[in-house]
Design a protein around this ligand. Structure first.
Ligand SMILES: C[S@@+](CC[C@H](N)C(=O)[O-])C[C@H]1O[C@@H](n2cnc3c(N)ncnc32)[C@H](O)[C@@H]1O
Length: 222
């Protein structure tokens, strides 16, 4: 499948899959969207914890992971970051991407390269504040530990492109994997998606979306 690097409106890069008519981030701004939806509405919602367990659906470019590392360096909490990916980017794809202008961590490009080159299915301690675990596999098949994660970054392609990932069964898996008080955040606020979340027990709130999008969702496990 052809994947190409595209520049979004804030200047940061994303990946496009023309055949599926999807991009990995909003064309209004990749970094802007990720910070708004996943870091500010998700990770920071859990900032009262000393150690935050993050689970990401869709590692993709690694942008959310790098932004999370950046925030962990600036905040009192440490992060253990687990991410699942079914279709990892190839080296010729991720090597074209550079978020150095946007993310303030020591040697952003080297971190992005290390993220993609690191082995799957084992923990990598990048720093005292941040460890990474990558799962190569499908969210539809993975067995996640119960009551473990404090934040789930639900960053699947849109329901129109991948309806099977926005199902009641998948949200039940996420609900079960979250600790009490944990939250799932996503850029999609469609009514059918919110109702699927509510049907498995989530308390769903609509929040203002990033530029170009009216609303986003944060779903909390009571
Ligand atoms: C919207 S993109 C995620 C972007 C990513 N979070 C980033 O910051 O670049 C969706 C990602 O989910 C992955 N994906 C698609 N189907 C999947 C599945 N069934 N299980 C796990 N990952 C999947 C895609 O390959 C893609 O990387």
């Amino acid at each position: 499948m052809l994947r190409t690097v595209q520049i979004t409106k804030d200047g940061s890069a994303t990946i496009a899959i023309p055949d599926m008519q999807v991009t990995y981030h909003s064309h209004h701004g990749a970094v802007q969207e990720s910070r708004h939806v996943f870091i500010n509405a998700g990770l920071m919602h859990q900032r009262h914890r000393l150690e935050i367990e993050v689970f990401e659906m869709g590692l993709g470019t690694g942008l959310n992971a790098l932004l999370t590392f950046e925030m962990a360096l600036a905040q009192p909490f440490t992060v253990r970051y687990t991410s699942i990916e079914k279709f990892p980017l190839r080296a010729n794809e991720w090597s074209e991407i550079d978020y150095s202008e946007y993310i303030k961590i020591p040697d952003t490009k080297a971190c992005l390269n290390a993220l993609h080159e690191s082995t799957w299915h084992e923990w990598h301690r990048w720093h005292a504040k941040f460890s990474l675990y990558k799962i190569m596999g499908s969210l539809l098949e993975v067995q996640l530990p119960a009551n473990t994660y404090h934040v789930i970054y639900f960053d699947a392609f849109a329901p129109t492109a991948q309806p099977e990932l926005w199902s009641i069964a998948v949200f039940a898996t996420c609900f079960n994997a979250l600790a009490s008080g944990g939250c799932l955040v996503t850029y999609c606020s469609k009514g059918v998606v919110r109702r699927a979340m509510e049907s498995v027990g989530f308390l769903v709130e609509k929040l203002p979306g990033p530029p170009g999008k009216r609303e986003m969702v944060r779903a909390i496990k009571p």
